[in-house]
Design a protein around this ligand. Structure first.
Ligand SMILES: NC(=O)c1ccc[n+]([C@@H]2O[C@H](COP(=O)([O-])OP(=O)(O)OC[C@H]3O[C@@H](n4cnc5c(N)ncnc54)[C@H](OP(=O)(O)O)[C@@H]3O)[C@@H](O)[C@H]2O)c1
Length: 300
């Protein structure tokens, strides 16, 4: 099978779509024939070497944390899924013709492969963030970075919970935020003032999915520092905000089941831009620009 891979750290030019060993489903896992796999910023943080701690590369690097496809191998202990089922989920090294997922949900038949592939990381991260912030009906939530992969899903999932959502974006994405049901504000210098003006009252929680605004500004909006949660600025914890990278905070099977249900009911829409696997470098250049609307997805 072929997989997206790199043998040296660098820019998107280091990526190759080339032969790789076949993966196999271990206990509790599924292997899928991949129909689509999404990009997440952690992928380019990996191949750029930003996560290497200064160590040289050992072996070949592979990419991808979510995908959608057809089950072709079922690991020991897995029940309720059979070869031939259509699923989407989260795994490692998913930007490949064949990939293993450790958490999944059935792909709603009405949902496109690329949209399903885009829903894994963004959906689980959004479910986790909104649960940890305990976003409830009637709350006012500020999503900083609401037009990106995670942000646009978090906005819509918060609306489903009955919250009022204020979200930030660049000028180019303010209309998109309106389209998905948020009250838009421009990010950057003065964003906290603009959020206060838009809220016209207290903000109950802040979900920082971009990691760009000084955490003090975000904390100034919340009733207490712990009602600011970041998935992108891990230094925010020093100021009393909460940070989450998944792990024990994550309920991936429940999250993906919820996301599948919302997609099927059209309560969640994910805007996707697709590229063939052998043009992944183009998609990664867009992702690295940091100005993505919705999700970038690779297809065979
Ligand atoms: N900890 C976790 O579990 C976890 C999980 C998933 C993702 N993440 C992290 O979360 C971050 C976002 O991921 P993503 O997939 O949503 O990325 P993405 O799709 O690239 O979106 C990034 C968004 O950030 C917005 N943005 C850029 N500059 C901003 C600023 N100064 N203030 C506020 N927003 C700004 C952009 O808006 P415009 O396009 O309008 O400029 C864009 O929509 C990444 O750092 C990723 O690694 C963490």
């Amino acid at each position: 099978m072929r997989a997206l891979q790199y043998k040296a750290y660098g820019g998107p030019e280091v990526l190759e779509w080339a032969e790789a060993p076949d993966p196999h489903a271990g206990p509790g896992q599924l292997r899928i024939a991949v129909r689509a796999a999404s990009l997440n910023p952690i992928d380019w943080k990996a191949f750029s070497g930003a996560m290497s701690g200064g160590e040289p590369m050992a072996g070949t690097g592979y990419l991808g944390y979510d995908a959608a496809g057809v089950v072709d191998e079922v690991g020991d202990g897995v029940t309720g899924v059979a070869v031939g089922d259509e699923v989407f989920g989260r795994g490692r090294n998913t930007q490949a013709e064949s990939a293993v997922v450790g958490s999944w949900a059935a792909k709603p038949p009405s949902i496109d492969w690329a949209v399903a592939a885009a829903a894994g990381v963004a959906g689980e991260t959004s479910e986790r963030g909104l649960r940890l912030l305990d976003v409830k009906a009637g709350d006012t939530l500020f999503v900083d970075g609401g037009a990106g992969g995670v942000g646009a899903v978090a906005v819509q999932m918060a609306l489903v919970r009955g919250a009022r959502v204020i979200a930030s974006a660049s000028e180019a994405n303010l209309d998109y935020l309106r389209e998905i049901g948020a009250t838009p504000v421009l990010y950057g210098q003065g964003v906290a003032e603009r959020v206060r003006a838009a809220a016209g009252g207290p903000v109950d929680a802040v979900f920082d999915v971009a990691g760009k605004t000084p955490v003090e500004d975000l904390i100034s909006l919340a009733p207490e520092p712990s009602q600011v949660l970041s998935v992108a600025n891990f230094t925010a914890a020093r100021a009393g905000a909460r940070v989450t990278g998944g792990g024990a905070d994550s309920h991936p099977m429940e999250a993906l089941a919820l996301v599948a249900d919302l997609l099927a009911q059209n309560k969640l829409a994910i805007k996707v831009q697709t590229f063939p696997f052998d043009r992944a470098a183009e998609a990664y250049r867009i992702s690295q620009s940091g100005h993505v609307r919705g999700k970038l997805v690779l297809v065979p």
